[in-house]
Write a protein that binds this ligand. Sequence first.
Ligand SMILES: Cc1cc2nc3c(=O)[nH]c(=O)nc-3n(C[C@H](O)[C@H](O)[C@H](O)COP(=O)(O)OP(=O)(O)OC[C@H]3O[C@@H](n4cnc5c(N)ncnc54)[C@H](O)[C@@H]3O)c2cc1C
Length: 490
Amino acid sequence: MKERAAVIGAGIGGIVSALRLRHSGFEVEVFEAASLPGGKIAQIEKDGFRFDTGPSLFTLPSLVNELFELFGKIFSEYFSYRALPVITKYFYEDGTEINAYNDPGKFADEIERKANVKAGKVRKYLKDAETVYDLTANNFIFKAFELSTVFTKDFLRATLRINKLNTGKTMHQVNQSYFKDGRVIQLFDRYATYNGSDPYQTPGTLAVIPHLEHNIGAFFPEKGMYDIVRSLYRLAVDEGIRFRFSEKVSSVNLDSGVAKGVETQYGRYDYDLVVSDVDIFTFYDQLLPNHEIPQKQLSQERSSSALIFYWGVKGLNESLDVHNILFSQNYKREFEKIFSEKTLPEDPTVHIFISGKVVEGDAPDGHENWFVMINTPANDGQDWDSLVEKARENIIEKIHRMLDIDIRQQILFEERLDPRTIESKTGSWKGSLYGNSSNNKFAAFMRHKNKTSKIKNLYFAGGSVHPGGGIPLCLASAKIMASKVKADWK
Ligand SMILES: Cc1cc2nc3c(=O)[nH]c(=O)nc-3n(C[C@H](O)[C@H](O)[C@H](O)COP(=O)(O)OP(=O)(O)OC[C@H]3O[C@@H](n4cnc5c(N)ncnc54)[C@H](O)[C@@H]3O)c2cc1C
């Protein structure tokens, strides 16, 4: 008989964990509290509109392709995507507009044209980001980070060029060391938010993130972000993985320090191993309540959360692209508000994402599907009802001021997501989007590992454990987890 594995959670981390284990020969069942797969990657369909409600930025698609190839499938039969010609359109309060073209040379030229920065400087910045990626990816992203890592060739190579990693500076300081123009610094500082962090605190090494978008490329699935989940779920079902939806795991069964299965509202199930894709804090709090908590890992600051309005919009706004950023005037103040004061800034940076610009059928003819997001602190019981109403007014006013669009007149209906609902819908502790923040130098080392030495046959994947949040890192976490299982079960 084949060994049997239970995966708790059908977020992207859980689905891919199931696929990886299936490929290693396990019988796999996935338990999901919600009625659908995807977790934070979700969608709303209403009145002829479709909205991706969570992630909108898609990088490193090769990590998705790899999964279809693993099972000998042609990925294009399941999933298709394209490069976005313009990654993001940036708007500033002084009237500047910068198009971040996917072509890095064209992007550098655009910056030279619109800001006081030579194109060569931008090219150098992106080249250096590539170097940092080459030095760090194999140490921190695609492998488990443990004591033995420091004896590897990759680690030695990174150590010898440690000055390149900018560990002694913040991301903002790194960006300041390349550029003098505040608009360009702000543009590159924004990459700290890609893992829910603050550019004025997060280590300079994370200035590697623009490499993913600008050198490797920014993409978009032909049928929208939810198609990443839909196609991987289809592959999983085709490969014989069983999903139990609307079945919430209440605890992991332990026997003398060994994980033996899970318990749900329908009973106890026995398995040879258990993988959790549940937010690690929620996991220890709710699924393993009588067990010792890894205090150090779980006491880290949470990443930011988000407030999103989904607006069915009447009319077409030609000045906008798929991704549009309306920057705040005082970026430092915005992050102080979020991470120190744990409230919302009066002048937030606004992300307007309109998938209907590239996905046919996402909005009726002559209409647009607006996803309007601002970064927020994690949920610490703030008075969200009043904060959300105030933010909505500020956002509408900012859109009017910066884009000359009176969006209030165009909104047909509205749906919302805020830190409270992100938490209740996905089990993400405090509604954080990316687990722990990376606001200190040691954050990368402080994430919970993909396996615990305290309980045998229990493993972890997903955005709240190593190597971190965001779709590419969740895919990497499942791969690392599966390599641990392989080593233990060979
Ligand atoms: C608004 C928003 C914007 C984002 N933007 C981006 C972006 O542009 N690009 C990007 O790469 N990433 C982005 N992210 C982050 C990305 O979505 C996450 O890092 C990733 O989807 C997390 O996947 P996961 O599998 O770790 O967790 P989740 O998606 O949270 O999945 C966990 C699953 O476990 C289930 N679960 C919880 N408890 C139980 C239980 N007891 N029993 C059974 N099931 C349980 C939950 O229902 C959920 O389905 C964004 C996230 C949000 C919310």
